[in-house]
Design a protein around this ligand. Structure first.
Ligand code: CTP
Length: 391
């Protein structure tokens, strides 16, 4: 990892009952050796006093934030109320925190806390999308009992989890892939049955797109081999369409001379052996289709892998045995590490916004707890960057 860990964190606190949990967050950050600057909205001071934060941070909560902006490495807004989330999304600057957020050039993490109906309101959903598109990181909220005696999504993420993510964000060098060439495959292949029908899978391409975006953000030159992606394609990245497994093989192998290859695509293992020309019209006959195995692109990349090249495979498997199988695949396909995700769970993985994955390498394994796929991409590329010696 990078030699000099970043140190100053602005902790923004808004008017929410969860403000008391921000005290614990400040304590954890100080324990990690960070310099913490509390930034309280007037609303926050209705819940917890300025003096409490100043004592825990061992630092004053400044009325003028500007002198602190250039020395800070991270702004965390925890809790972020629906009101502050809206202001951040729209660039309003009507108090010390929203002013700081608008003037701050570094990474921003928000931990929303609000009533479940506020969280689910289309206005909040749209604000959140805007913030994510601006590169803001979001953690939580979690489901549970809320202040008004209701239950649902809206509780601020636990301070411990926020502190862990802060550690990752502070350890992450934004330019850690500068000058590197990265090839990402994403989406799911479709294998023709006839002129109009295909056999496909539920992969949306979201994970691979998030990886391509994050690699680009870190300064890499990125090519995305795209198989039927159903989410918006990233900008600043070269996109090569590859609808079938054969296309993925051809396009990927032709571009394999890069520093990093991330095989996030769900490539068909089998395809119809004899797809029909034109459309098969309906009749009362059975339609039997024989499938033949496709070429394993990752295995071929593994055979050709040169020293120092990072080759990452993705394994979609079910349950406990998945990690063991990922380890076997890692050995068989000569990858650097495998990203395993459990497709028996409906809340993560295929076609979901969130993922929980386990990174499996020859040295061991590490689980990246459930989070937005963009955050999972950050963790995967942190690993890649540190293996390249730049993280
Ligand atoms: N892969 C590939 N070429 C194929 C099939 C898969 O390059 N024809 C890649 C995928 O992009 C992914 C990894 O191999 O990175 C998945 O490995 P695979 O052995 O296909 O595992 P799963 O499909 O997850 O599991 P199973 O073996 O149970 O099908």
């Amino acid at each position: 990892m990078s030699a000099e860990p970043r140190r100053t964190v602005l902790v923004g606190v808004t008017g929410s009952i969860a403000a008391y949990k921000a005290c614990e967050l400040v304590r954890l950050l100080v324990q990690d050796g960070r310099r913490v600057v509390p930034v309280l909205t007037p609303g926050a001071e209705r819940f917890v006093t300025r003096e409490t934060f100043e004592a825990l941070a061992r630092n004053e909560a400044p009325r003028d934030i500007y002198p602190h902006l250039t020395s800070a490495h991270l702004l965390v807004v925890a809790p972020a109320s629906a009101n502050t989330l809206a202001k951040l999304a729209h660039g309003l600057a009507d108090n010390v925190l929203t002013e700081a957020a608008l003037a701050f050039a570094g990474p921003v993490l928000v931990a929303p806390a609000m009533n479940v109906r506020m969280w689910e309101h289309p206005a909040t959903r749209a604000n959140l999308e805007t913030l994510l598109a601006h590169g803001v990181r979001v953690i939580g909220p979690e489901a549970g009992e809320l202040a008004e005696g209701e239950t649902g999504l809206g509780r601020m993420a636990e301070p411990q989890a926020i502190a862990t993510l802060c550690r990752e964000l502070l350890g992450q060098a934004p330019g850690s892939l500068a000058g590197k060439r990265v090839l990402v495959t994403a989406g799911g292949t479709r294998e023709p049955l006839d002129g109009v029908r295909f056999v496909g899978n539920r992969s949306s391409g979201r994970m691979g797109v998030a990886l391509a975006e994050e690699a680009h953000r870190r300064g890499a030159e990125v090519t995305l081999v795209a198989s039927n992606i159903s989410v918006a394609l990233p900008s600043g990245v070269e996109v090569v369409e590859a609808p079938t497994a054969a296309d993925v093989g051809r396009e990927t192998l032709a571009r394999a001379d890069v520093d990093v290859i991330l095989m996030a695509a769900a490539v068909a293992d089998y395809r119809p052996a004899e797809p029909r020309d034109g459309k098969r019209t309906k009749d009362s006959e059975m339609w039997s289709v024989t499938f033949e195995p496709t070429d394993d692109v990752l295995a071929e990349l593994g055979r050709r892998r040169r020293n120092g090249q990072i080759l990452v495979g993705f394994a979609a498997d079910e349950g406990e045995r998945g990690v063991d199988r990922a380890r076997e695949k890692l050995a068989a396909k000569n990858g650097t590490f495998f990203v395993f995700n459990d497709v028996s769970r409906s809340d993560i993985g295929f076609d979901a916004d969130q993922n929980e994955v386990t990174l499996v390498s020859r040295d061991g394994e590490r689980t990246i707890s459930k989070r937005d796929k963009r955050e999972v991409a950050v963790a995967i590329l942190d690993e890649v960057a540190s293996l390249l010696g730049g993280g």
